[in-house]
Design a protein. Structure first.
Length: 756
């Protein structure tokens, strides 16, 4: 009975470790994501740092003196440290701006963000790595559950944590409360396992009681942490509320009589917005001679609605992904009642794809294309989708200011969007005063006098608002600025050097990086320069280096050649695994824009695949080198499927979410199985485990940082998969070539490679 109980408690322990680690990782993702204003570069950054220091901790633990005999004490000490490490980490990410000496509203550059992420996240990841090893050592000595089952339970706990966080915890608990709940579960699981050891169990029990006390205090702790952050971020403003939505972090601040609404630290809307909102909405609506239907994708709901009422439109659809953002705004800002206005709480691109309605005017008012989430509203595919739901002669008003500054970086960004629009719409008009680019199949009008008469006709019989008069059109459509802007940007957009912006290859993000690079100093712009210079031939060179490494080792003998080929294969498969995981996240962000919601599930799918592949390979470890080579070829197949998925992701629709999970699961399984086969192929499996794990970590970091993040932006997603395939191809060649007998030239016995 006691044996069964111990086994059950051991199962619960590894499940709790996976659950806790996933909650910790999601919390880190969300904080870095918010700090970097929703940039997907944070995916690779967090995963790269996480893998590096988790691996270091995992390798260090077995080398701690007497850690095998002292494993109960080591396990207890680590859990006590980790119980409060994640809340502290969350708070440090919020106040990190103080260390960087960044002013209010100043964007944190990539170099500063990377350094701060390493400093803050490294201790937590190192402790988690130690915990993994300590729990396995304890299991090996007392419970005998086995490492394969332990990894599978860990992955299962991660998967459950991802699902619960995405659909339940984020809705009902604050971030610090969530991590304290996960800490409580982990500590309680360790209390049960260590029940026979007096001192460790007392220590862990006291920690558990402290966590229990902290959980009810979490709302207060969260409030203090957020206020500390926003005092730094917006000094002089008063923080009114912070809401953890499923789609992002919403913050409300007040400055005198002005309310400001932020999503992931990006200012979305400010109220009152009287004249700016009135002038923008009239500038857009007046471009159509007889508007009867309006679609607003984002935008203001304050004074804009008062102006819209005057046009007597038959249909007004307002699309906003997050209902909590609108409900939060309306709780502070009064909005008029409009009979034909309907709110749709759905992703804007999804609405555009699924709607059966047709519109005379479509206003797209989204943030600048700094991230894939924002960039997806400036791409060729999106413009083609908009054209399908426009009535003949309809107008699109794209909320982006055209910059004709002599600075080349700004000009390239504007020209890329204009060039992309011209691929879909024959007539384009940039309006510099209001930050709009109009696009239509009909002739657009820039003569303010014509628009003046049109406005009076369309709004006849209605009471004018006190914030807008027809005479304002002479300022909005000033002939000089309009002519000067369009006469420069249109020819420039026709240049061959200007790239079209697409979902898979977001040129606009690359141009935004160039703008940032030009504004930052030499030191801070270093990483942006590196990213911008990445080319496909760099990965070809890397693959050649792999072949040269294996070839050089082969000159020292058959066994050395085989060893080099095995380590290279594991490194290249590490590149492959993280390339798939992060590039698929980028694809989902381009398609849906709310990967923030599902990131835990996709990461858990990869980890689950890792465990399943490892368990399966254990049952076929006699395959050895043949199994390792098979894993490489399977990985190449998965890369091909991932490239096809990205290429046709618009056709997959909602099923892309399922396909993404399956790709992550398959990629994880390939990496997990390969690692087991590589271990089985070594005579000194115990000594080789650490070195193989190190090779896997090096590859994983390269995949996360170099391909999954940087190259996916500069080269595009399909090219990123191709780059990983080139590197994998070199490992396949190494396994085939450098495992031949130096005397006979024949292949080795793939089943019993170690037998002479």
């Amino acid at each position: 009975m006691d044996v069964k109980l111990s086994r059950s408690l051991s199962i619960n322990l590894f499940f709790a470790i996976g659950f806790f680690e996933q909650i910790a990782q999601i919390s880190a993702f969300r904080q870095v994501f918010v700090n970097f204003r929703g940039s997907e570069l944070s995916f690779g950054l967090v995963l790269g740092v996480w893998l590096l220091f988790l691996g270091v901790g995992t390798l260090v633990a077995p080398r701690i003196r007497k850690c095998r005999t002292a494993s109960p004490y080591l396990l207890a000490g680590l859990v006590c440290l980790l119980a409060f490490s994640v809340p502290i980490t969350v708070h440090l990410f919020r106040v990190v701006r103080v260390w960087m000496d960044k002013e209010s509203g100043e964007v944190i550059p990539l170099l500063s963000l990377s350094i701060s992420t390493i400093i803050i996240l490294a201790p937590l990841c190192f402790l988690l790595g130690l915990l993994h090893s300590a729990s396995l050592l304890y299991d090996e000595k007392r419970l005998r559950l086995g490492s394969a089952r332990a990894y599978l339970l860990d992955a299962t706990g991660s998967l459950l944590a991802g699902v619960l966080f995405s659909f339940l915890l984020v809705e009902f608990f604050n971030p610090i409360g969530v991590v304290l709940l996960a800490s409580g579960y982990l500590v309680f699981s360790v209390v049960l396992v260590l029940r026979k050891f007096l001192l460790p169990s007392v220590l862990v029990l006291l920690t558990f009681l402290l966590v229990l006390v902290a959980i009810p205090l979490s709302p207060y702790l969260e409030k203090e942490s957020q206020e500390a952050k926003w005092k730094i971020f917006t000094p002089g403003m008063r923080l009114l509320k912070v809401i953890q939505s499923r789609y992002g972090e919403i913050a409300v601040t007040k400055w005198h009589d002005q309310y400001n609404f932020y999503v992931d630290s990006q200012l979305q809307k400010s109220y009152p917005d009287d004249y700016p909102a009135a002038s923008r909405i009239n500038a857009a609506l007046i471009q159509h001679p007889h508007p009867r239907s309006l679609l607003m994708l984002g935008g203001s709901i304050g004074q804009s609605l008062n102006e819209i009422k005057r046009y007597n439109l038959e249909r007004i659809d307002f699309v906003e992904l997050d209902p909590q953002l609108i409900s939060t705004i309306t709780s502070y800002v009064s909005t008029p009642e409009i009979e034909n206005l309907e709110f749709h709480f759905i992703d804007a691109r999804r609405f555009v794809k699924k709607t059966e309605g047709k519109y005379d005017v479509i206003i797209v008012d989204m943030p600048a294309p700094l991230t894939r989430n924002a960039n997806r509203f400036y791409t060729l595919e999106f413009f083609q989708e908009l054209k399908k739901i426009l009535n003949p002669g309809g107008t699109v008003a794209l909320g982006m200011k055209v910059d004709i500054d002599p600075q080349k970086e700004n000009l390239l960004l504007s020209a890329s969007i204009v060039k992309t629009l011209r691929k879909v719409f024959p007539d384009i008009l940039a309006l510099p005063t209001e930050g709009f680019i109009f696009a239509s199949e009909a002739r657009l009008v820039s003569d303010w006098k014509v628009l003046y008469e049109r406005y009076k006709r369309l709004t006849a019989g209605t009471e004018p608002t006190r914030f807008f008069r027809p005479e304002c059109f002479s300022l909005i459509y000033q002939e000089g600025p309009v002519r000067r802007t369009n006469s420069k940007i249109m020819p420039y957009a026709g240049r061959e050097e200007v790239r079209i912006n697409t979902d898979a290859k977001p040129s606009a993000i690359g141009y935004m990086f160039e703008v940032w690079r030009s504004l930052l100093g030499e030191k801070e712009s270093f990483l942006y320069r590196v990213i911008d210079k990445i080319r496909f031939w760099h990965f070809v060179l890397l693959s050649l280096l792999v072949l040269l490494f294996c070839g050089g080792a082969r000159m020292g003998g058959r066994e050395k050649g085989k060893t080099a080929a095995v380590y290279s294969a594991i490194m290249c498969l590490g590149v492959f695994g993280l390339t798939v995981e992060i590039s698929v996240l980028h694809a989902l962000q381009s398609a849906f824009g709310f990967v923030y919601l599902y990131i835990g599930i996709f990461n858990a799918a990869f980890m689950g695949g890792l465990a399943l592949g490892s368990v399966w390979a254990l049952k076929h470890k006699e395959w050895q080198m043949r199994g390792l080579l098979a894993c490489v070829f399977v990985a190449l197949l998965i890369l091909g499927l991932a490239a096809v998925t990205v290429k046709w992701m618009a056709m997959l629709g909602d099923s892309l979410l399922v396909v993404a999970c399956l790709l992550n699961l398959a990629a994880g399984a390939g990496v997990g199985a390969a690692f087991r086969f590589a271990l089985a192929a070594r005579d000194d499996a115990a000594a080789s485990a650490g070195r193989l794990y190190g090779a896997d970590l090096i590859g994983a970091m390269l995949g996360a940082l170099l391909i999954g993040s940087a190259a996916s932006i500069t080269l595009g997603l399909v090219a990123s998969f191709a780059a990983s395939a080139v590197i994998l191809g070199s490992s396949a060649l190494s396994l085939l070539i450098f495992s031949r007998d130096e005397k006979t030239g024949k292949r080795l016995n793939w089943y019993e490679d170690n037998i002479e």
